[in-house]
Design a protein around this ligand. Structure first.
Ligand code: C2E
Ligand code: CA
Ligand code: CA
Ligand code: CA
Length: 275
């Protein structure tokens, strides 16, 4: 029995049984809450650096359980992906985005995140467009953010999906730029409108010369390709100012605005527009 226990321990590795149990529990809770308002959008402002004005929001998924606990997207998105429910989650959230953003100024765009696994299904573009049509929401107000991983398994399939979306006016951003594999090549593969510089590059440009030069080079590259550049993870005035000097178009980060629910977003907007 002793050796059996040891063998089992070796087979699963330390802590793996506990991890598996936690994963199973999370999946059960997820399925119980799925399709309800427990999954809801938060919105983080994206700011035009030259004017300081909010030009749009990134929608970030939130899961609030009945007991009030909030679970982070990095913990629940992978499970939802594995269960094959990520398209349904996105459509559920997009529906809510249309309802929320209808009341906001019509020039604001909303960015949504699309997982690489969603590009395995050629029906993605039709599903997105169907929600927009049903809600009467203009496609040009939607910006789809994808990471480079979406391009790896089947670039041709990704291209077809993206072309249909762009044809209808949806714009396209390359997310987390610089963290993926062979980034520069990927920039040429799809008709991107926007490039989002990952926050791991942005965080310390005010104090680190190398980081500063790196971000300057990325901004130069993006501009030479005619792309709009957005810096992520701006947590201080000094980083914001540095990005301004470097000619970065837009920025996002806790210093400029944290993710908020729809109600808070609406009241922030009405406040901003009044002053
Ligand atoms: P992301 O697309 O890179 O989103 C930005 C993340 O950075 C968000 O985390 C946001 O809250 C956080 N963030 C914003 N400003 C700052 C800052 O100044 N400092 C720091 N340290 N962090 C900042 P969040 O909301 O936890 O989302 C994490 C990731 O989960 C997202 O990364 C995205 O990849 C994924 N995700 C979120 N919502 C969705 C969704 O609806 N669908 C899919 N497929 N993925 C989603
Ligand atoms: Ca994103
Ligand atoms: Ca990002
Ligand atoms: Ca990220």
């Amino acid at each position: 029995a002793k050796s059996c226990g040891r063998a089992r321990h070796r087979l699963f590795g330390p802590g793996m049984i506990e991890q598996l149990a936690a994963r199973t529990l999370t999946e059960r809770h997820m399925r119980a809450d799925f399709g309800t308002r427990a999954f809801h959008p938060h919105y983080q402002p994206i700011v035009d650096l030259a004017s300081g004005r909010i030009v749009g929001f990134e929608m970030l998924a939130r899961w609030t359980r009945a007991d009030g606990t909030m679970i982070e997207p990095n913990r629940f998105i992978p499970i939802i992906e594995e269960c094959g429910l990520i398209d349904l989650l996105m459509l559920h959230l997009l529906e809510q985005v249309c309802i929320d953003a209808k009341h906001w100024p019509a020039d604001l765009t909303i960015a949504i995140n699309v997982s690489p696994v969603q590009f395995r299904d050629g029906g993605l573009s039709d599903k997105i467009l169907a929600v927009l049509a049903r809600q009467g929401f203009p496609a040009r107000r939607i910006n789809v953010e994808i990471t480079e991983n979406a391009l790896i398994s089947d670039p041709a399939a990704a291209e077809r999906i993206v072309n249909v979306l762009r044809c209808h006016g949806v714009s396209l951003a390359l997310d987390d730029f610089g963290t993926g594999y062979s980034s520069i090549q990927h920039l040429r593969m799809l008709p991107f409108d926007k490039l989002k510089i990952d926050r791991s590059f942005v965080g310390n440009i005010d104090t680190d010369d190398d980081a500063n030069r790196m971000v300057a080079a990325i901004i130069g590259l993006a501009k030479s390709l005619g792309l709009k550049v957005v810096a992520e993870g701006v947590e201080s005035a000094s980083v914001r100012d540095r990005l301004c000097e470097l000619g970065c178009h837009e920025a996002q980060g806790y210093f400029l605005g944290v993710p908020m629910d729809a109600r808070q977003t609406g009241s922030k907007l009405s406040h901003t527009l009044l002053v």
